[in-house]
Design a binder for this molecule. Structure first.
Ligand code: GAR
Length: 211
């Protein structure tokens, strides 16, 4: 079986990345991480990749003349690894037009809230402050909005009375890592198609829309 090529983009600790790296140790998982990129240097996410012998790169916005130039450079660098699927795993930047032109429909992002509730950078904090009793994580196909893309998978996590943002986010991340590994594996092994807001697994006749 040919393994799907994953490029993973990170901005921080990289525990979701590590879960993917661990899963890909089994060839039956159906995917391999061919490169890990970041928008900054010196983060644990990049160190995790290096320890596993995976190629790494950093593209910092500040090294480019504009956000659009950064986005084009990021897209070019990711393209050089010929990914089948790009996984944003704690990547704290919005990708732009050039990136979406190259990888739209085959870039997924994991978000620590149940979309469409609580988009943005502070999903766990916003859910806690709102007072919801359940929250969770969402894996979606990236589009031009902020956490608005078609949903591939969600996982539910109860909110405890004594939760802080930190304890809640840590518990979300346990469920999130399992969801990410399960779902990316299915996408790699089974293929998928985005139909409007719905994502279906499986391989389909019209090759231009399925991956
Ligand atoms: C994850 O919970 C991910 O959903 C979140 O950052 C965390 C990264 O953890 N991403 C966002 O909030 C993006 N808006 P990790 O670096 O340990 O994988």
């Amino acid at each position: 079986m040919t393994r799907a090529r994953l490029v993973v983009l990170v901005s921080g600790a990289g525990s979701n990345l590590q879960a993917l790296i661990d899963a890909t140790a089994d060839p039956a998982y159906g995917a391999e991480v061919v490169a890990v990129g970041a928008d900054r240097d010196g983060i644990e996410g990049l160190a995790r990749a290096e320890r596993s012998g995976i190629a790494t790169f950093a593209q910092r916005v500040g090294d480019h003349g504009s956000r659009a130039e950064w986005d084009a450079a990021l897209a070019e660098r990711v393209a050089s690894y010929r990914p089948d699927l790009v996984v944003l795993a704690g990547f704290m930047k919005l990708v732009g037009d050039d990136f979406l032109a190259a990888f739209g429909g085959r870039t997924v992002n994991t978000h620590p809230a149940l979309s469409p509730a609580f988009p943005g950078m502070h999903g766990p904090r916003d859910a806690l402050e709102y007072g919801v009793k359940v929250t969770g994580a969402t894996l979606f196909v990236v589009d031009a909005g902020v956490d608005t893309g078609a949903i591939v998978a969600q996982t539910v996590v109860p909110v405890a009375d004594d939760d802080t943002t930190e304890t809640l986010h840590e518990r979300i991340k346990v469920a999130e890592r399992a969801m990410l590994v399960d779902t990316v594996g299915r996408m790699a092994r089974e293929g998928f198609r985005v139909e409007g807001r719905r994502v279906r697994f499986g391989r389909f006749a019209s090759a231009d829309e399925s991956h």
